[in-house]
Design a protein around this ligand. Structure first.
Ligand code: NAD
Length: 269
């Protein structure tokens, strides 16, 4: 079977570079195109060389349509508006679209999901790591079995991160809410300041720390009377997310058009 031709969106970014390295290391995948937003300093550079590999002759362009015309799949860790626009294009072109972008609004999520019904094969995840997705199922179980205990989610990321709480923290919050059969939106407390009063029972709290070069750390604290359970995950290298994205891409190649998550890829549903 011919290699799957992959376009990398946000090729000048941190995850873009990690994805380019992972494509080079994954049999069955081939870097076909790389693009970034108009005005990015990465435009015109060799994508592989920028990612620390030998130059491969794929120059980073800002012509998204030209890049997608060369590809069967697009890997997209960029920004919410870019991911929504790419989902539409993936639907029109019948492409595989792997979406790692976080910070999407409910309307963005709905638009990306809808593209799965219009011809794209989309896998979207707030976190592509195996360990983190297993953590989410443990959190769901703990939340269900310790139904009266307080749940707090603490995350730390590098000082360039744009959104808070992290997509992964929200994914863990969804898992906790799922375990309790409640809506996260109605139970989330996103940060506290000032005279907040006692903690409301049944809420799911979030705290976001930012600093240095931390790739991603998450801790879910389930606190009861005189004891607490702490479940956590530490990402040590971005290759973790990129390798998960490759796994999702290869899995999606065998699926019909639709919207999928990492639970589908890992068989955790
Ligand atoms: P980054 O800022 O280093 O890279 C983002 C890149 O996207 C930049 O090069 C930027 O120019 C480019 N971009 C922005 N708008 C674009 C557009 N319209 N078209 C093409 N390119 C565009 O950020 P990063 O650390 O690589 O993270 C990117 C996203 O991935 C963030 O939302 C982050 O939270 C998320 N992320 C997800 C996971 C996961 O497992 N799901 C893991 C790590 C990071």
């Amino acid at each position: 079977m011919a290699d799957i031709r992959v376009a990398v969106a946000g090729a000048g970014g941190r995850m873009g570079a990690a994805n380019i390295r992972a494509i080079a290391a994954t049999p069955g995948l081939k870097l076909a195109a790389a693009f970034d937003r108009p005005g990015s300093p990465a435009i015109g550079k060799d994508a592989a060389a920028l990612a620390g590999l030998d130059a491969a002759g794929v120059l980073i362009t800002d012509d998204i349509d030209a890049a997608l015309a060369l590809a069967d799949a697009v890997i997209d860790f960029t920004a919410p508006a870019a991911s929504v626009a790419l989902a539409e294009k993936a639907a029109a072109g019948g492409l595989i679209h792997i979406v790692g972008t976080t910070g999407c609004s409910a309307a963005d999520e709905a638009a990306i999901r809808a593209a799965g019904g219009k011809g794209a094969r989309i896998v979207k995840a707030g976190n592509f790591s195996l360990g983190l997705n297993i953590l989410a199922s443990l959190v769901k179980e703990a939340a269900a079995k310790l139904a009266e205990w307080d749940i707090e989610i603490v995350e730390m990321h590098h000082n360039r991160k744009l959104d808070a709480p992290s997509g992964t923290a929200l994914m863990l919050g969804e898992a906790a809410a799922d375990g309790r059969n409640v809506s996260l939106e109605e139970h989330a407390v996103r940060g506290r300041d000032g005279i907040t009063g006692p903690r409301a029972a049944g809420t799911i709290g979030f705290a976001s720390l930012r600093g240095g070069t931390v790739i991603g750390e998450h801790k879910v604290i389930v606190a009861g009377p005189s004891e607490r359970l702490e479940l956590g995950h530490v990402a040590e290298d971005r290759s973790l997310f990129a390798n998960g994205a490759m796994k999702a891409l290869l899995w999606a190649a065998g699926q019909p058009a639709g919207f999928y998550t990492m639970n589908d890829v890992l068989g955790l549903n």
